[in-house]
Write a protein that binds this ligand. Structure first.
Ligand SMILES: Nc1ncnc2c1ncn2[C@@H]1O[C@H](COP(=O)(O)OP(=O)(O)OP(=O)(O)O)[C@@H](O)[C@H]1O
Length: 588
């Protein structure tokens, strides 16, 4: 039996999932963690592509983060879905840039949009610094103002909303955008706003997109800002465009409101005429006890039924502070591993990147192999490609599991029209060459790949997500946390099997493990100190906690110290996280 047939077979045993697979018309699925939202979305897309969407028509499958887009591509490939020109799977930014602005902007008299390059992090930072400084003075906290401006830009705020946000913000925003424009640049927020404008204002855009993408699939709807919601409404719900929508999401797992997302949009969408709403209830992932405990912090108030029995949730007190939490977590990993849990089925989840780094250091010191994906740079096709190159070069095919043929295929995809057969030969020679050198730094290898054509390839608008991820990787290996990393260190990042996953609460979204070790459960970290007096932020931290706990199938251990480290590294007394009381692990 093929993987798609098997997945469809599993859906057929769940009445509501089956109803969604056989839906007619727009459908919005609300569902708790582990209920198969992503499985349902990718199975429906694969099934529809094979049975309901005749070529040359296609479909678009959109999500919010690069990592989530990568996960969708991986799951679709495992169901046998291969690329076709009218199949888009990626982020909302990439859809806006490559599938709306690219094909339509010049046609509609906006050639400056087509020619614009995506601004790098440094270019955005410089423009924000100048724009905020010129409006609010050089002593102003420009980073704080930048956050406020970005929030309104993602929200596509009206003039009244901008004005309510604070005097001068809209002016600073206009001067930021004109600084970018003057340099022939655009950023992701600007691209989404421009794409919304093109789709809403031009019937021809809606008609062509409707013919190309017969169906639209949206994952993690609760994390989307109004930009994508408006694109969805313009493409699916207007009389002159008839794209069929399948959206899945869970307001209970919304963790990006600080960033401009509006979790309530999914509920608004499902109450519109012509849209059917389906609520899933079965959690296939978590043991019964994990569901029972975690639903105590969950505020959506819905029914969740366990499919699996068992499960345990424990609190572990580490009075000596965070480093002791890391040591005790390493001991817990040893225990689980001796009981037969593979290391890659264990996750250590922390609230901040700095804590993930400390965990990785302590674990490595204890002889445990770790994978710390996404902490220093995002997981995107290009960064995964660089890691695979390092793995193949330093460990060879057998040990690394990475094959040269697959590396060449990815290389070809990344280089696009700039690829020639000769570049394959040069890439192979480069990688083989690293084996003979005593030490090569990661920054050297990245510079070699960039010089070999990767830099030029990333300048193409089609590579905007990749270019952004590669910028972050370059920053990390040149100036950031990986400045001393070697190619061997990079190689170890490509090896995810037999390694403990160390990740932040936000990046744990969408993942699942047998065992979850959640570290830093003290007030000040969880919730974060600045959330304590802000009800909206506090709710968001509570949802992050809920997301983290529900990543586990069988065991959750939550570590706390009754203290947190100050910026000077001293221990400051703190209460255990209020969430530990809320889920009933501690009692006052
Ligand atoms: N009908 C089903 N039969 C068997 N297993 C299922 C079924 N539906 C989902 N699953 C399994 O449940 C687990 C969770 O699925 P998935 O990751 O798609 O859930 P999700 O709702 O997207 O989770 P989350 O929101 O927590 O990320 C997976 O292991 C998946 O294979």
């Amino acid at each position: 039996m093929g993987p798609l047939t098997q997945s469809i077979g599993e859906l057929s045993a769940n009445e509501r999932q089956w109803q969604v697979l056989n839906r007619q018309g727009h459908c919005v699925v609300h569902a708790p963690p582990g209920s198969g939202k992503t499985k349902l979305l990718v199975t429906c897309l694969a099934y529809d592509l094979f049975n309901r969407i005749p070529e040359p028509h296609g479909a678009a499958c959109i999500t919010y983060t690069t990592a989530a887009a990568e996960e969708l591509r991986r799951r679709l490939a495992s169901l046998g879905v291969s690329a076709r020109p009218t199949l888009f799977v990626g982020t909302v930014h990439s859809f806006a840039i490559n599938r709306i602005i690219g094909p339509f902007a010049a046609l509609l008299g906006k050639p400056e949009l087509v020619k614009a390059s995506i601004a790098s992090d440094e270019q955005q930072e410089e423009a924000y610094r100048l724009a905020v400084g010129s409006r609010f003075g050089s002593s102003c906290n420009w980073k704080e103002k930048r956050k406020q401006i970005e929030f309104h830009r993602r929200r596509l705020s009206t003039v009244e909303e901008w004005n309510r946000g604070g005097e001068g913000l809209l002016e600073a925003c206009s001067s930021y955008e004109s600084l970018l424009r003057g340099d022939g640049l655009i950023d992701f927020e600007g691209a989404v706003a421009a794409a919304v404008d093109l789709v809403e204002q031009h019937e021809v855009v809606r008609r062509v997109l409707s013919a190309r993408y017969r169906r639209l699939y949206v994952d993690e709807y609760q994390d989307l800002a109004p930009g994508l919601d408006r694109l969805v409404r313009a493409l699916c719900l207007r009389p002159d465009s008839d794209v069929e929508l399948l959206a899945v999401g869970d307001p209970g797992q919304a963790i990006f409101s600080w960033n401009g997302a509006r979790p309530e949009l999914i509920s608004e969408l499902s109450s519109l005429p012509g849209v059917s709403a389906v609520h899933l209830e079965h959690n296939y992932r978590c043991g019964e006890e994990i569901i029972r405990v975690s639903t105590r912090v969950e505020r959506v108030g819905r029914k969740v039924t366990a499919v699996r029995g068992g499960g345990e949730v424990l609190a572990v007190f580490c009075p000596a502070g965070f480093t002791e939490q890391c040591r005790q977590a390493a001991a817990a990993v040893g225990l689980a591993h001796r009981r037969g849990v593979p290391l890659h089925e264990i996750a250590v989840i922390c609230s901040m990147n700095a804590q993930c780094r400390e965990v990785a250091e302590v674990f490595r010191g204890a002889g445990l192999a770790v994978a710390v994906p996404g902490v220093e740079y995002p997981r995107a096709p290009v960064t995964l490609f660089v890691e695979s190159c390092a793995a193949w070069a330093m460990l060879g095919r057998e040990q690394s599991g990475h094959r040269l043929g697959a590396i060449h295929r990815r290389w070809r995809r990344l280089l696009g029209p700039t690829w020639t057969r000769d570049t394959d030969v040069r890439l192979t020679e480069l990688l083989v060459g690293y084996r003979d050198k005593p030490v090569t730094y990661a920054r050297r290898m990245l510079a070699d790949l960039l010089g070999m054509g990767l830099r030029r390839a990333m300048a193409r608008p089609a590579q905007s997500d990749n270019a952004n991820a590669l910028d972050r990787m370059q920053h990390a290996v040149e100036l950031g946390a990986l400045a001393d990393a070697t190619v061997v260190d990079l190689a170890s990042r490509a090896m995810r099997r037999d390694r403990v996953n160390v990740t932040t609460m936000s990046s744990s979204k969408g993942l699942e493990f047998e065992v979850v070790l959640l570290l830093g459960a003290d007030e000040g970290l969880m919730p974060y100190w600045s959330s304590a007096n802000d009800p909206a932020k506090l709710e968001e931290d509570r949802r992050k906690f809920y997301v983290s706990v529900t990543r586990a199938r069988s065991t959750v251990k939550i570590f706390y110290s009754r203290s947190v480290a100050t910026s000077a590294g001293r221990a400051k007394p703190a209460e255990p996280s209020r969430f530990l009381y809320e889920i009933g692990l501690l009692h006052r």
